[in-house]
Design a protein. Sequence first.
Lengths: 182, 626, 100
Amino acid sequence: MTIETVFLMVFALGSLTGAVAMFFLRHPMRVALALIGTMVSLAAIYAQLGMHVIAVFQVLVYVGAVMVFMIYAIMLLDVRDRSFTERFSPLLVAGLAGLLLLLGVLIDGLLRGQPFPAVDVPPDAFSVSTFAIVFMEQFWVYFALTAVLLLVAEIAASAVIDIRRRGQDVAAVRAERGDDHG
Amino acid sequence: MNGLLTLLVLLPLAGFLVNGLLGRRLGPVFVNVVGVGLPLAAFGVAVWAWRILEAGGGEPLIETVFTWALVGEHVFEVSFYLDRLSAVMALIVTGVGALIHIYSIGYMKGDESYARYFAYLNLFLFFMLLLVLGRSLLVLFVGWEGVGLASYLLIGFWFQDVDKARAGRKAFITNRVGDAGFLLGMFLIFTAVGTLEMDQINEAFAGGLIPVGIATAAGILLFIGATGKSAQIPLHVWLPDAMAGPTPVSALIHAATMVTAGVYLVARMSGVYLEAPAASTLIAVIGLLTAFLAATIALVQTDIKKVLAYSTISQLGFMFLALGVGAYAVAVFHLFTHAFFKAALFLGAGSVIHALNGEQDIRRMGGLSRRIPWTSGTFLVATAAIAGLPPLAGFFSKDEILWFALASGQGGAFWLWLLGSVTAFLTALYMFRLYWLVFLGRSRMAPEVAEHVHESPWPMTSVLVVLAVFSVIAGWFALPQYLAPLLPAPDLRFDWPILHWALIVFAVLVAVAGLVAAGVLYGNGGRRAEAIERRFARLYRVLAGKYYVDEIYERLLQRPWLWISDRVFLRLGDRILLDGSLHGLAALARRGAEVLARVQTGSLHWYAWMTLLGLVAVLIWMWRYV
Amino acid sequence: MDDTTFLLALSGMLFALGLVGVIVRRNLLVMLMFLELMLNGVILSLVVFTQMLGAEAGAVLVFLVFVVAAAEIAIAVPILLLLVRTGRTLDPGAYAGLKG
């Protein structure tokens, strides 16, 4: 067993622990912290595999952007209602059965699968410079398109909120007037 | 000039479109200008085309408009064909048609569907010209169906009245029976000859290469079509009911032009019938029987228009008699004269009805000759013409028919002549009976009707006068001789001029006898006629019941068919099989949807769990089979 | 068991845990985070295959998934905010009426 494998094992265990912990923690903030732990462990695994670019972006995008946004939302919506007092949905047992089923099928498939033929990968295949060159030469159009989609999504989100707010204003005005028959 | 025939055909169509689309909005003056002007223009074009035809010495004018279909080596063209026969027909159609359009201005004045009336009338002219001028049987058939449609629309013109709408339907359906025969005949001829151009068909049959059996079958099938359109036994039942339409329509469509389409068809296809003596004999017998039976029915009818309707059937029977003995040109001659005096009679009847404010029962008329002198005078002329008094039009044509019925080498026989003469006597009798009951004697009108009797306006009376003049002079045109190059007279069994003269004198005597008999029977207020009616009460009932043909049809055809439609098609086929299976499918879909809708609970967790199940299923399937 | 198989098994487990977490947890925010966990499982398998085959396209695909995840959360959170503003709860059972 090489030292790389040992590190892989350690980080894998870390990510799995984080994922399992997410099930049992009651407060969403703690769940978020467990998820961040999982993500960082995964980033470490990526780095271990030599995909430094992806490891960096895993931390930057997921931990730095997505999860920060998430935590912001958690702090904004600090409601102590049924979702807080009762952790689990009515489908707890069914869900756990489904977990066993899915895991069984996945592992079964994994054990049956043929081993992949090994490909000679040059050691600097995923270095930043190689990746950047390939990325900007071949795939920039797709990425730009995705960015546009992202922009559209953001505009749509803000538009939804805006319409909703206006509708509420109209409803409020109507309620004041006392002619609530719309 | 090229395009002349196309123009002739399209003028009434333009009238139909313009009046049909715009007439209602632009008012009656516009409708008059378009609806009457275009038929008049069409008449002018027809005269022009006829003069070109004559300048060419009778050489047929052929105009191809467009190629309709190209099937293998067969070409189906829409082309127009003008020879002397179709020229005569086109002149009658447009001439009488234009006159009746003018008459309609007065008759239909103030009707709420004035524009629709003229649109339909123009549509009829269009289809009639298509029928007459078509070179191919196919084009003729389009016109044939088209005039049927126009007839249907105009019989049911006042469709708010259920009886009138039903009369239109009856005419349409009865004609379908004939049309089936027409179509079969057309198919047979196409199989035998390989073309539908009528001149080529005639040539092919004249060439003698077609077996007699096929000629006979084709002839009989086409004649079945003709019996439908021309109201011959056994398909005559629609014509009396067709009198539900406006009277000018009865004059134009159901007397002068459309019903003669069958005569035209047989004359046009004379090449086929010359090769089929059996079919010709059938035509002669059916024609004569129709003429005789219709004349007997006409004797006892009390509706002025019904009398004329049966008279039309009877006269059409005479024409078919002539066709059956090979005297095609004579049949067309009678068609020509009949168009004028029958149009005059119908329009005169229309004028009477107009004067009496809708009254049609001759038992409540009488003594009208002084009140409406123009109508009465023209009616008298036309009555004398149809009765066959010399020197009026009907005399010449009917005399020719009777002569050929006796002397023709193609099936002439003594009994044909005898029964024809009896029918001629009956014709004179019922026509003068009609004249007597309507115009002479004492008035039997209701007082409030009698007060308002008035002569019709000038558009109506002037047309009556023109038609009466033609009823006098139409017989002076030697039409059979004019058509002889096209439709030669049949060989005679015996050519004795003395006999011919004797027959002519006899025919005149017969007509006079009819006149006298009518005077005796009906001159005295009809008392003697009533006595005869009482003595032969049973015969009278049969005649008044029109031989119960309608009732027989109802028993034999209508009721079984209704039963089958109701039990088999409606209850079993439609309600149980079709509705049952469709409702079953709909119920299945609804039940299935109800079950599936329970899955959609609104719970996100449940949805996610279903996703998981689906995922597992996909994975298992993938690893098992991919 | 070599490293590749081990990492693929880890990826499958993360995905399965994420999906089941969506099923069993009651809090909407937590459910969203489990969605992110599912995405992370998928990304892991993508990375493993990419590294194994030496295909840059795989790395680009991972990038696209990052972007999609960011977009998803950027839309999901405002929707959640709106929901809570009207329903005053994070329990998805309270919004079952939205099925129409």
